[in-house]
Write a protein that binds this ligand. Structure first.
Ligand code: SAM
Ligand code: SF4
Length: 364
């Protein structure tokens, strides 16, 4: 797998530090999460719960899942400690809280506030289905949250019910408005298109986002559903999404994508809420993988480090925490976990195995 340009630029910038890692493996003085392919993880995804109040068909079965028993879940203090170690000792600069549905975690505002007090202060965001965001957006902003990603797959309430098996479309729209009003900007919308369900809504969703000053990103459906029903033939591809957006006359975006998963396009004659040229993004994890530039490290709600969404193994930091390990031991274990990251997710390999955990339990 080719290592992406952005990764090499970052390697250049940490120069000898990286050479040290390559030669000797993780050592106490090295303060980055590097893997064997030169990628440095600076973006931490923290899953705060595997529970959810929706049942999106591409994510969960109608009856839900066997939720993680409470004692297995990290406490707020344990989450705060691991986020602190990641930021202060391992070079993490961005923290995204997700789930499951992170807004149903009672301690969310306090966890955000603790992360915002760290030095250096990381960028903080939340990925949410938006339900209840209207009630908590102000408190999250005050706690130090920078912005939110809200998932919305349809503009039609009846379709929303079909897709999520719940009648909460109006709550999501209210959440989006509240996020913008609270200044959690840019407000981004995540959309998954499904063939024969909502794939005729690409243009309408983009128009909706433009009208309201939200930034839309389409995500290709990935084989991470609990039901294992994903098929490559059925998923809506980036090419199909872009074809559906033809009326917008999208133009290539010359801004470097860096480590961002979304490839972006400019939308002529439109500006975003900040007055910048409007853009739309496509996260083509399946048909145009960006693994070579990946800068993610993931912490599950039960304290396991995953070096990739598609990893089939995990590293247990909860045991270290609860056995009384000091910070440097935990940091070392995190570095070792990241060194084992594979070059790519391998969805196209005949030997590809879907991870045992579904997206909702990994943290998307
Ligand atoms: N519950 C929150 C939400 O829906 O935004 C956060 C967790 S959810 C797992 C994070 C993102 O993953 C959402 O935007 C969701 O649409 C997306 N997602 C879930 N299952 C997916 C799948 N199989 N393929 C692609 N994206 C998926
Ligand atoms: Fe819940 Fe998010 Fe999964 Fe939908 S995608 S079921 S909102 S965790």
């Amino acid at each position: 797998m080719r290592v992406g340009t952005a990764a090499w630029e970052r390697i250049d910038s940490i120069g000898e530090c990286f050479e040290e890692i390559s030669r000797t493996g993780p050592v106490a003085s090295v303060t980055v999460l590097a893997d064997r392919f030169g990628r440095i993880a600076t973006d931490l995804r923290v899953s705060l719960t595997d529970r959810c109040n929706l049942r999106c068909t591409y994510c969960m079965p109608a009856e839900g899942l066997a939720w993680m028993p409470q004692p297995q879940q990290l406490t707020d203090d344990e989450v705060n400690r691991l986020v602190r170690i990641a930021v202060e000792q391992l070079g993490v600069t961005e923290v995204r809280f997700t789930g499951g549905e992170p807004l149903i975690r009672r301690g969310l505002v306090g966890i955000v506030a603790a992360a915002a007090r760290l030095d250096p202060r990381p960028q903080l965001s939340v990925t949410t289905n938006g339900i209840g965001l209207d009630r908590v957006a102000g408190a999250l902003k005050e706690a130090g949250l920078n912005r939110v990603n809200v998932s919305l797959d349809t503009l039609d309430p009846a379709r929303f019910h079909t897709l999520t098996r719940r009648d909460r479309h109006a709550d999501v729209l209210a959440g989006l408005r509240a996020a913008a009003d609270a200044g959690l900007t840019p407000v981004k919308i995540n959309t998954v298109l499904m063939r024969g369900v909502n794939d005729d809504e690409a243009a309408a969703l983009l128009q909706f986002a433009l009208d309201h000053g939200y930034q839309l990103r389409f995500i290709e459906q990935m084989p991470l559903d609990a039901q294992h029903q994903w098929t490559r033939a059925e998923m809506v591809t980036a090419d199909e999404i872009l074809a559906a957006l033809k009326p917008f006359d999208l133009r290539p975006d010359n801004v470097s994508r860096g480590t961002a998963p979304a490839e972006t396009w400019l939308i002529p004659h439109h500006v975003d809420a900040a007055g910048e040229p409007a853009r739309v993004g496509v996260i083509a994890s399946v048909t145009r993988p960006f693994c070579g530039d990946c800068d993610r490290t993931r912490l599950t709600a039960d304290g396991q480090i995953r070096n990739c969404l598609f990893a089939t193994d995990e590293s247990d930091l909860r045991k270290l925490l609860r056995d009384g390990a000091p910070d440097n031991e935990i940091a070392d274990a995190w570095q070792v976990a990241m060194r084992g990251k594979r070059a790519g997710h391998g969805i196209d390999d005949p030997t590809f195995l879907q991870p045992a955990r579904p997206m909702s339990a990994i943290g998307g």
